[in-house]
Design a protein around this ligand. Structure first.
Ligand SMILES: [Zn+2]
Length: 139
């Protein structure tokens, strides 16, 4: 059985990450589908599997409330952070959820390429892991 994590159970920690790293006033919404959320607001989102997105004009980040091992494994970030770090995220979905949020925060902070956003997100996640007494993810 594939693992899953409902991020609504971790919302206070997500809000803390947002307060620490995101531009002031940024909000987060945990939703069922990024594509559906975007379409309902007249925004373009072509990827039905999208797990998270930042909307700079609205100062908001939306994320699918549920992350799964499959969603973590299917992420294209494997191309940028490498297979070892990618697998570490798939095996610990709370790390994956925080990585996804930090990646979108990076976009709101002006990092426009996927590589920049992934590298910044992984570095910030590792700082938090070390602060919490956990081993950082190998990069
Ligand atoms: Zn991105």
């Amino acid at each position: 059985m594939t693992q899953s994590l409902d991020l609504r159970t971790r919302e206070p920690a997500l809000q803390a990450l947002l307060a620490h790293h995101a531009p002031e006033g940024t909000t987060i919404e945990l939703i069922d589908s990024v594509q559906q959320w975007a379409h309902e607001r007249g925004l373009v989102e072509n990827n039905p599997f999208r797990q998270a997105a930042a909307f700079p004009g609205r100062g908001c980040i939306v994320m699918c409330s549920v992350v799964t091992e499959d969603s973590a494994r299917s992420s294209s970030s494997v191309l940028r952070i490498g297979p070892i770090a990618h697998e570490a995220l798939a095996q610990d979905l709370w790390k994956d959820g925080r990585f996804l949020l930090l990646h979108e925060i990076a976009h709101l902070r002006g990092m426009l390429t996927e590589r920049e956003a992934d590298e910044w997100a992984l570095a910030r996640l590792n700082e938090h892991l070390v602060d919490e007494g956990e081993a950082p993810i190998d990069v």
